[in-house]
Ligand binder design. Structure first.
Ligand SMILES: [Zn+2]
Length: 198
């Protein structure tokens, strides 16, 4: 039976996505064995992130500055806007380095099951960005899940009122595929072969 402190840390780690109680305990043991090497670096990184990270008011990205580095980058194409469900999807797409426009993070997906309604997502801000003008194309880069596609369909309807081209990622995406788990080549291919909605 481990001490209360170790149990507390393991319980906290077990809440991280992708880590269950078993992996959390293994991570704790790994850290204990490296408390003079890996642990200080991890503590530093956690403290920095805790202090410095902010949400970008424009796109919803998470960065150490607001507006974020992508929104503030003048070399990025203002005319093209890529809509994603979560920040992790934005990061995955940006790692693929094929999309040169800007992003918009919804903060989730429509879900009758989980009670997520349009007003729970960052949709009003998306419409106001499009309404401000200067956007020619909106790429709907939702996950290839039922909820992702429902969300894309809903957004396409809402965006119909604006003079923009609406495209979505090509269906080279595996059904049920979440962007964050795809390799960069597959993502780049889906983006390159994007097609008009409808
Ligand atoms: Zn931003």
């Amino acid at each position: 039976m481990a001490s209360q402190e170790i149990e507390t840390l393991a319980a906290a780690l077990a809440k991280l996505p992708g880590l269950g109680p078993r992996s959390a305990r293994r991570a704790v043991l790994w850290l204990v064995k490296r408390r003079e090497t890996a642990l200080p670096a991890l503590l530093d990184a956690l403290a920095t992130v805790g202090e410095a990270l902010v949400e970008c008011d424009t796109c919803g990205n998470v960065d150490t500055r607001n507006p974020c580095a992508i929104c503030a980058d003048p070399r990025r194409d203002q005319k093209s806007l890529c809509v994603v469900e979560d920040v992790a999807d934005l990061w995955a797409l940006d790692r693929a380095k094929l999309f040169t426009g800007k992003y918009h993070v919804l903060g989730g997906r429509l879900s009758a099951l989980d009670g997520v309604r349009p007003e729970d997502l960052n949709i009003a801000k998306l419409l106001s960005r499009v309404e401000e003008g200067g956007v020619d194309e909106v790429v709907l880069a939702m996950n290839a899940t039922l909820e992702g596609q429902t969300t894309a369909h809903y957004l396409a309807e809402r965006l119909e009122a604006y003079p923009v081209r609406i495209t979505q990622l090509a269906h080279g995406l595996p059904v049920g595929g979440e962007l964050d788990y795809l390799d960069e080549g597959t993502l780049a291919q889906a983006l390159r072969a994007r097609r008009p909605v409808g």
